[in-house]
Design a protein around this ligand. Structure first.
Ligand code: TRP
Length: 340
C-alpha cells in the first residue's frame, strides 16, 4: 500500500495488532486473523506485530527474536497482503514509543489502576509488576491514534483498553483542539469466539495446561484430528445448538466459521449422525483450511530476505503517516520542532 492510497480512496481506516507470543491458535485465527484478512479490500488496514507490548513480560532474547519473525511470516501466510495493507513490526516505527510517552502524561494513575487486565496480570506475576505493564494501554492508544484509525478490531479482553484510548484522545482534543480521531471498536460476528476443546466454558488459549484443549494454526493434520476427536461434547448425541451444549456449540461455531455454513445447514447435514462423524468432519474442514497456510508459512519463513523487504517497506510508510500525527500533537503541546 502506498501512502497516497490512504489519502485518495477514503476507506475507513482499521488498526489492529497482535503480540508475538509464540503459538498462534485456531482461536486467534478464526476469532481475529481471518477477519483481518477479509477486511483488507473494504478498508485501509494497518496491522502490526506488537513486539514493544510483549516485553511487559520477560522475554528470552533468542526465542523473542524467533517469535517476532514467525508471527510476521504466519500472518502473511494467513493472507495479510502487503500490497493492500501496511503490515509492520511495531518497534521499527519509533513514533509508537514516542507518542506512548506523551500519552502517559495525559493519563491518570487512577484510570490505569482500574484496567482489569493489569489487575489480573499483576496478581498473577507478582515478581514483575513493571511500569510498562501498567502503562501498556497508553502504548496501545498510541498505536491506534497515530494512524487516525476509525475502527479497531479487538476481542472482549481489549475493549477496556480501547475505551481508555478514546478517553485519552478525547481529553487531549479537549485541551488542544482536534488532534486525534476517536476510534470505535469493531467486534467480529458472534460465533467467532472459539472455546477450549476440553472445557468449553473457557476461551481457547495456548497457555492452557491441557494441550488437547487448543489447536495451533501450524499443528500437523494428525494432531488436529486427534484433538477434535477428543473434544468434549455431551450425552445427547444430537448436532444442534443448545443452551447446555457448550461443547457442541463450539464445534458448530468452528465448523461454521471455516465452511461458511449456517447453524441450520449444519444441523441438517448431521441429522441422524453421531458425534464421531461430526467431529471428523470438523477436523477435516479445519485441516483443509489450515493446510495452505502451513505450506505458505514454510515458504515465507525460509525466505528471510523477502520478509525483511516486506516489513521494511511497510515500516517506512507507517513512519511517514504516523509522524504527521506525532508532529501535530507535539506542536500543540508546545514542543519546538527539532531536526530529526
Ligand atoms: N494489546 C493487544 C493484545 O494483547 C495487542 C495490541 C497492541 C493492539 N496494540 C494494539 C490491539 C492496538 C488493537 C490495537 O491483544
Amino acid at each position: 500500500m502506498s501512502e497516497d492510497v490512504l489519502k485518495k480512496e477514503k476507506k475507513p481506516i482499521i488498526f489492529s495488532a497482535i503480540q508475538p507470543s509464540g503459538t498462534i491458535t485456531l482461536g486467534n485465527y478464526l476469532g481475529a486473523l481471518k477477519n483481518w484478512v477479509s477486511l483488507q479490500d473494504s478498508h485501509d488496514c494497518i496491522f502490526a506485530i506488537a513486539d514493544l507490548h510483549a516485553i511487559t513480560v520477560r522475554q528470552e532474547p533468542a526465542q523473542f527474536r524467533r517469535n517476532i519473525i514467525e508471527a510476521y511470516a504466519l500472518l502473511l501466510a494467513c493472507g495479510i497482503d502487503t500490497k493492500k495493507t501496511l503490515f509492520f513490526i511495531q518497534s521499527h516505527v519509533h513514533t509508537h514509543a514516542e507518542l506512548a510517552w506523551i500519552l502517559n502524561c495525559y493519563t491518570q494513575f487512577g484510570e490505569l489502576s482500574r484496567m482489569t487486565q493489569f489487575k489480573d496480570k499483576s496478581q498473577r506475576h507478582t515478581d514483575n509488576v513493571n511500569v510498562g505493564l501498567f502503562a501498556y494501554p497508553c502504548l496501545m492508544a498510541a498505536d491506534i491514534l497515530l494512524y487516525q484509525a476509525d475502527l479497531v478490531p479487538v476481542g472482549a479482553d481489549q475493549k477496556q483498553h480501547l475505551e481508555l484510548a478514546r478517553d485519552v484522545a478525547e481529553r487531549f482534543n479537549g485541551v488542544y483542539g482536534n488532534t486525534f480521531k476517536l476510534p470505535d471498536g469493531y467486534y467480529p460476528p458472534v460465533g467467532a469466539r472459539i472455546m477450549s476443546l476440553q472445557d468449553p466454558t473457557r476461551k481457547m488459549s495456548k497457555s492452557d495446561e491441557n494441550a488437547n484443549s487448543w489447536v495451533a494454526v501450524l499443528d500437523k493434520p494428525e494432531d488436529i484430528m486427534r484433538k477434535f476427536k477428543r473434544a468434549v461434547t455431551d450425552s445427547e448425541a444430537v448436532v444442534k445448538y443448545g443452551e447446555n451444549k457448550l461443547g457442541v456449540n463450539n464445534l458448530m461455531g468452528i465448523y461454521s466459521s471455516v465452511t461458511g455454513k449456517s447453524g441450520e445447514e449444519i444441523e441438517r447435514e448431521f441429522e441422524g449422525k453421531g458425534y464421531g462423524d461430526f467431529k471428523t468432519a470438523v477436523a477435516e474442514a479445519v485441516i483443509e483450511e489450515l493446510r495452505p497456510i502451513r505450506e505458505r508459512y514454510e515458504r515465507f519463513i525460509a525466505d528471510k530476505a523477502y520478509l525483511e523487504e516486506q516489513y521494511t517497506k511497510c515500516a517506512e510508510i507507517a513512519l511517514k503517516i504516523s509522524a504527521r500525527t506525532l508532529d501535530k500533537a507535539m506542536k500543540k503541546i508546545g514542543f519546538i520542532k527539532g531536526k530529526h
